[in-house]
Design a protein around this ligand. Structure first.
Ligand SMILES: Cc1ncc(COP(=O)(O)O)c(C=O)c1O
Length: 375
């Protein structure tokens, strides 16, 4: 069977450690261990005494409890499985649910993990769009047309990567109605929950709104802890058990230290500080990007993101997006995501969850390259 690489992650592997300015990271600037622990002497002592054993394979109880608190009606004992990032959660969910002949319906543009994994396993993938011409709102007619009796999973990313769009209540209801009509699962990748830009309320989860929901979360985005490699799935007990059986084959478990650090970060005392930190980056960073785009005299069209530290902008140049991304890496040492990685050429995904001085320097460099390309 042919294999299609995960284009976005492949380009990140290739460029992110080489360039001076990495504006592809969809979370905010990562937090240091020192800032996370914030002088909490008893926590530091506990961590130093921790034996680096295998932790509970499904996540230490304290972490599962803290995760369950984020989902109304979820029980940390039964409904939560801790994984190595949302990446593992998504992968083993697909491995568990997809059987020969099953189809996957997916939102687009999107983080194309579910799409790529399903396609590489030989499944038909049917996209339905968020429409840029309508402020990235969901094309509900297309959703309904793409979901059929063979659809096993409807995969959505909400808040969305790359657009930062948050679905309305009506759009969430439409996704649930489409799933209910054919008995499909909803794979709700909600890793940007908490990273809202304009609203204080956190994006509601799909969990608890329909029986067949698997909600995926992560420490990587709204908490600034991508290097912990901790994610999770929350779902019905029997299905979580089945996914857990795949987890034992895949990674066995996340690490002992990352379980403890994630439990600390998600504790009711610490979590609000981390969410506020992410929102501060997002809320200060986006206006810097927008002001710069406005100065570019019609080069960009865009809908401001509602959440996340990235936005997906259309640029009005002939150059193909992968080519442009590579030119920017080579000439300006600035790395931005190519629209091609999300199935939409002539777009760039630009991250802005960084310090203002860094953003200004990076945008200045992009500008010099764009000026040369525009002649
Ligand atoms: C929508 C989405 N899901 C999952 C992931 C993977 O996250 P993790 O670092 O938790 O594996 C990413 C990373 O960019 C993402 O954007």
């Amino acid at each position: 069977m042919s294999f299609t690489p995960f284009d976005l992650e492949y380009t990140q592997s290739k460029w992110e450690q080489i360039v001076e300015f990495n504006l592809t990271e969809s979370g905010v600037h990562p937090i240091s261990l020192e800032e996370l622990l914030d002088g909490d002497e008893s926590k530091i002592t506990d961590l130093l005494k921790t034996e680096i054993n295998y932790p509970h394979v499904n996540g230490i109880p304290e972490l599962r409890e803290n995760i369950a608190r984020l989902y109304e009606g979820a029980n940390g004992e039964k409904n939560v499985l801790v994984t190595v990032g949302a990446a593992e959660a998504n992968y083993i969910i697909l491995q568990t649910l997809l059987e020969p002949g099953d189809e996957l319906a997916t939102l687009t543009p999107t983080y194309k993990q579910a799409w790529g994994v399903a396609a590489n396993r030989g499944h038909v993938v049917r996209p339905f769009h968020l429409r840029s011409e309508y402020g990235w709102s969901l094309d509900i007619d297309e959703l309904n047309a793409q979901v059929n009796e063979r659809t096993k999973i409807i995969a959505i990313v909400n808040p969305n990567n790359p657009t930062g769009y948050i679905m309305s209540e009506a759009e969430m209801a439409a996704v649930i109605a489409a799933a209910e009509r054919v008995g499909a699962w909803i794979l709700a990748d909600e890793v940007y929950r908490g990273a809202e830009r304009l609203q204080e309320a956190e994006t509601p989860s799909f969990y608890g709104r329909y029986d067949k929901v698997l909600a995926v979360g992560s420490m990587s985005k709204a908490y600034g802890l991508p290097g912990l490699r901790v994610g999770w799935v929350v779902g019905p007990v029997a299905t979580v058990e089945e996914i857990w059986r795949r987890h034992e084959y895949t990674t066995i478990t996340a690490t002992m230290l990352s379980n403890h650090l994630a439990a600390h970060a998600l504790s009711p005392e610490v979590r609000p500080r981390l969410i506020q930190r992410a929102r501060d980056y997002i809320r200060h960073g986006y206006p810097v990007l927008e002001a710069w785009m406005e100065e570019q005299e019609g080069l960009f069209s865009y809908t401001p993101p509602l959440a996340s530290a990235v936005t997906f902008v259309r640029y009005h140049l002939e150059t193909n997006s992968t080519e442009l991304m590579e030119i920017l890496c080579r000439e300006a040492s600035v790395f931005v995501g190519a629209g091609d990685s999300f199935g939409m050429d002539h777009h760039l995904r630009i991250a802005f969850g960084q310090e203002e001085a860094l953003l200004n320097e990076a945008f200045g460099r992009i500008q010099r390259t764009l000026e040369r390309l525009r002649g």
